[in-house]
Design a protein around this ligand. Sequence first.
Ligand code: G4P
Length: 190
Amino acid sequence: MNILKDKILRDGIALNSEVLKVDSFINHQVDVNLMKKIGIEFANHFRDKNITKVFTIESSGIAPALFTSLELNVPMVILKKQNSKILNDNFYTTEVKSFTKNTTYNLTLSKNYIDSDDNILIIDDFLANGEAAKGAIKLVENANAKVAGIGIVIEKAFQPGRKALEDLGYEVYSLARIKSLDNNKIEFVN
Ligand code: G4P
């Protein structure tokens, strides 16, 4: 998506060879016009997949997921991060390890917001190691529902997330694929 790549080149900062800072338009301040276009792009890509709900992981996935669900006219569900296990039968829970932030959290989903006949589109802002997306997939599978695909705003293609998700049999559609952040220079796959 060229408009996104141009924005990344203009306003993104390669903090080091691993981390791209996009605080000014995705992670802190949000460029809502760009998010709207991102939502339309995801919706157009997955429109024929009979999506029943869009799932995202709090917090930075919410903006692109919201516009995607608006465009597909389906509910958006925010998977919640909890520090401690919820001892409650009404939730599906799975543990997620973040290598980037060196933290572990429990991702939770109320059983009220998923059914076995749901066909879920997962949307997130970043794909690094794929751990958050794998956690989301587990929650959907716990409910015996289906994952129709995974939409990612920025994929760090030099990290193993895409392979991990494709090996599980899922389609990953990324709007910008970063080849390298070496020497403070942002390079795309194509
Ligand atoms: P993974 O899910 O693909 O395995 O990624 P990982 O756990 O390693 O990353 C965890 C958090 O770090 C996520 O945010 C993710 O968006 C963020 N992240 C990963 N790489 C980058 C990067 O290069 N730049 C930026 N800005 N963020 C990155 P989170 O903990 O879920 O927090 P939130 O921002 O959604 O609130």
